[in-house]
Design a protein around this ligand. Structure first.
Ligand code: NAD
Length: 481
């Protein structure tokens, strides 16, 4: 397992950077520096984009049909599976996600995504003729071009797969800019791409920080941006894309609600709390960090949330027993601790956690944390904390539950807990969000995923996720005489 890289990846090979800047990589479970990666310059970005633009026009890639691209995608999935153990350990070491979660969600989920998009590629109709009494127009689906893919650290493989899979399925080329915290695993993906037989330049990797990402977004040779990250960065990216009239898919932050109805099985809800409300210690965009509880059973819901959060097994992310890892960085831990202080100063009642766990003083750990007595107007109820901090908010009646869920700057995920799935469906239909679960929450490959309001623009996954990488061309024919 390589823990330092001094190159980028261009044309299916390591590429020397133009400068000497580096980013430092830290293991969040131990707080120890593990290595470095290159902090890419605008010159490095330019070299990668030029390579991707060349590959776009090269017959070796351009002239492949959907079935040939599908075969390459399946080869990529196989090559990733062969590297599964290495990849999982690398991701977990860099971002502190529990290894079991990485294996299942990040690594297994990625190869499943490439296979899913291979299937969709095969079903793609590249051209169809619309023959009517008035015209014979041929409609072509063409790749949007070179895609700039920018990913966050929390799901470094899966969040690339949701973009790269559809991009490759329709014939695009890509330049990937991973998050600086997780710079290394992108190279394992790049090696798998080369091993699978994709022509040089189809997938390139440039590592670095925010400036590297900004250079990629601004490059005129990038025809579309696919971004997952914070709402603030998404807005900055949207402005640049807007000025260039370049399409962008933006998957951003969230403050989703778990609506617990008065008929819900609280025992089952409590067992689901860490998975749905605080997965990866709350560092997942769709975490349902606002728990909405009927006023009549408020205490019982708080007890269920606390009992659920108490089941968290904190520890080194590489331990098989850990299901609650550290926060990604010291900076993120400080941010979470500041929000805990803010919650108390806003008048909320801290009933669990809020401090650092005893015996885990090397990494960036924070105890699972629960606030009760929270009003939806408080900042801890409105702002994305991105840590293991849940707030329980009381409501009176289903209408008020929906109103509170919708009173948010975000709209990404959500869930409804109820003994009556039909009643749950009625509530789910009224929540302003991109996706919502009934007694569950889990994005599925075959359905669009994304957000409304401050949670983003556009959708990934499902056939809709493929559409985001297609341009249409209409070829008119002279009517038959
Ligand atoms: P971030 O926005 O700081 O960084 C994400 C990536 O964008 C990094 O690669 C970073 O280098 C790059 N970047 C930052 N500013 C940029 C700019 N102006 N131009 C181009 N690139 C730029 O986010 P983060 O702190 O790394 O990740 C956490 C955030 O991601 C949270 O807000 C979370 O909700 C969100 N997220 C959303 C989803 C989703 O699907 N909606 C999934 C996971 C994470």
């Amino acid at each position: 397992m390589e823990l330092s890289r001094d190159t980028h990846w261009i044309d299916n090979a390591p590429a020397r950077p133009s400068g000497s800047g580096t980013v430092t990589l830290t293991n969040p479970s131990t707080g120890q520096v593990i290595g470095t990666a290159v902090d890419g310059s605008a010159t490095d970005v330019d070299a990668a984009v030029r390579s991707a633009n060349r590959a776009l026009r090269d017959p070796a890639w351009r002239d492949l049909g959907p079935a040939e691209r599908a075969a390459l995608l399946r080869g990529l999935a196989d090559a990733l599976d062969r590297r599964g153990a290495e990849l999982a350990e690398l991701v977990s070491t860099q971002n502190g996600m529990p290894i079991k979660m990485v294996r299942w969600g990040n690594v297994g989920g990625s190869s499943a995504s490439y296979r899913y998009f291979a299937d969709l590629a095969e079903q793609q109709i590249v051209e169809d003729e619309r023959a009517t009494p008035y015209s014979r127009t041929r409609v072509r689906r063409e790749p949007v071009g070179t895609v700039g893919i920018i990913a966050p650290w929390n799901g470094p493989q899966i969040l690339v797969a949701w973009k790269l899979g559809p991009a490759l399925a329709v014939g695009c080329t890509a330049v990937i800019k991973p998050a600086e915290e997780t710079s290394l695993d992108a190279f394992v993906l790049a090696e798998a791409v080369a091993e699978a037989g994709f022509p040089p330049g189809v997938v390139n990797v440039v590592t670095g920080g925010r400036d590297t990402g900004a250079a990629l977004v601004a490059h005129r040779g990038v025809h579309k941006v696919a971004f997952t990250g914070s709402t603030a960065a998404g807005r900055a990216i949207a402005e640049v894309c807007g000025s260039q009239l370049k399409p962008a898919t933006l998957e951003l932050g969230g403050k989703s609600a778990a609506i617990v109805l008065d008929d819900a099985d609280l025992d089952a809800f409590g067992k689901a709390v860490t998975r749905i409300c605080a997965p990866n210690s709350g560092q997942v965009c769709y975490s349902c960090t606002r728990v909405l509880a009927p006023r009549g059973s408020y205490d019982a819901v708080v007890d269920a949330v606390v009992a659920g959060m108490r089941t968290a097994r904190l520890g080194d992310a590489l331990f098989e027993t850990t299901n609650f890892g550290p926060l990604v960085s010291a900076r993120q831990r400080t941010r979470v601790e500041d929000y805990v202080d803010l919650g108390s100063s806003e008048g909320a009642d801290l009933v669990l956690g809020g401090s650092r766990p005893a015996g885990l003083d090397r990494g960036f750990f924070v105890m699972p944390t629960v606030f009760r007595g929270v009003d939806n107007s408080m900042r801890i109820a409105r702002e994305e904390i991105f840590g293991p901090v849940l707030v329980v908010i009381a409501y009176d009646g289903d209408d008020e539950a929906v109103a509170i869920a919708n009173d948010s700057d975000y709209g990404l995920g959500g869930s409804v807990f109820t003994a009556d799935p039909e009643r749950g469906l009625g509530i789910a239909r009224r929540v302003e969000t991109g996706s919502i679960g009934i007694n569950t929450y889990e994005p599925t490959l075959d359905a669009p995923f994304g957000g409304v309001k401050g949670s983003g623009l556009g959708r990934e996954l499902g056939p809709e996720g493929l559409e985001a990488y297609v341009e249409y061309k209409s070829i008119y024919n002279a009517p038959a005489m």
